[in-house]
Write a protein that binds this ligand. Structure first.
Ligand code: NI
Length: 270
């Protein structure tokens, strides 16, 4: 267990000179720069995200459960035509079955991420079974696509504290859930998928979809067009996390007492 103090130090060294976040988001002029030791930060908590805080109109489009031999390539064609990048939460056994598609995902600039090997509810597995799902999937992605995933979406969004700690602390995987679920697996038809995704989009949102559903692929050109028309840009999940902004500074503390922990993301589990 890393002490809060050591954690704090590593946070600061990562944020030190020329930190990307600071360049992208210069502090607002009304805020003076405060010495690091006057703004106590809570120890890092395991990172789980449904969305991130940002003032920019950016979204992460995510596709789960592939690669699918026909639908994923079709989706990749659409994303290429649209000039946008997405995140693919792939199932390990499908990566093993369709390695060329996994390689294409990476080659075209998308993020490839862990979605377990067999798509089980991880909370129902023992520790060894859960670890195997995670490790085997990371291993096949790395072997086939040459990329080590940094994010994971547990199947069904099912997670508990034990799994979250293993994923974030031991495997260094951020847990990614979603802010918009169009329930596309129920096959409501492309127009409905589009409407649900567009209606649910908010800055910093993470949109869930499945590239094993034909109707979802069919919905994408119109979905992307409508979101672009609303001024949204698209980034991968890791890019979205890197662009997240700190919550507004709390009022200066005058009394002594515990500082409430700042949220690192939205912590609702669907
Ligand atoms: Ni899934």
């Amino acid at each position: 267990m890393v002490s809060a103090c050591a954690q704090e130090k590593s946070d600061l060294s990562m944020r030190a000179p020329g930190a990307a976040a600071a360049e992208l988001h210069p502090p607002s002029p009304s805020l003076s720069v405060t010495p690091y030791n006057s703004t106590p930060r809570p120890p890092r908590v395991p990172s789980q995200f449904n969305s991130v805080r940002t003032s920019r109109r950016i979204l992460a489009l995510t596709f789960d459960d592939g690669p699918h031999p026909e639908l994923t390539p079709r989706l990749l064609d659409i994303l290429r035509q649209q000039g946008i990048r997405a995140t693919f939460f792939v199932v390990g056994r499908n990566v093993e079955a369709y390695p060329d598609i996994a390689r294409r995902i990476v080659a075209e600039g998308h993020e490839i991420a862990n979605h377990s090997w067999n798509h089980p509810d991880l909370t129902k597995l023992g520790d060894q079974g859960m670890r195997r799902e995670v490790e085997d999937t990371t291993a096949v992605i790395e072997r086939v696509a040459g990329r080590r995933p940094t994010t994971m979406r547990p199947p069904y969004g099912a997670i508990n504290q034990r799994i979250r700690e293993a994923l974030t602390k031991e495997y260094n995987l951020d847990v990614i859930l979603w802010s918009v679920d169009p329930l596309d697996w129920r096959k409501p038809g492309p127009a409905v998928v589009t409407q649900r995704l567009v209606d649910g989009a908010k800055p910093g949102g993470i949109l869930l979809a499945h590239d094993i559903q034909a109707g979802t692929i069919e919905a994408m050109p119109e979905t992307i067009a409508q979101l672009k028309a609303k001024g949204y840009g698209f980034v991968t999940v890791s890019q979205l996390l890197a662009l997240r902004e700190e919550p507004p500074a709390p009022a200066p503390a005058t009394a002594t007492g515990p500082v409430p922990p700042a949220p690192t993301g939205t912590l609702t589990v669907p």
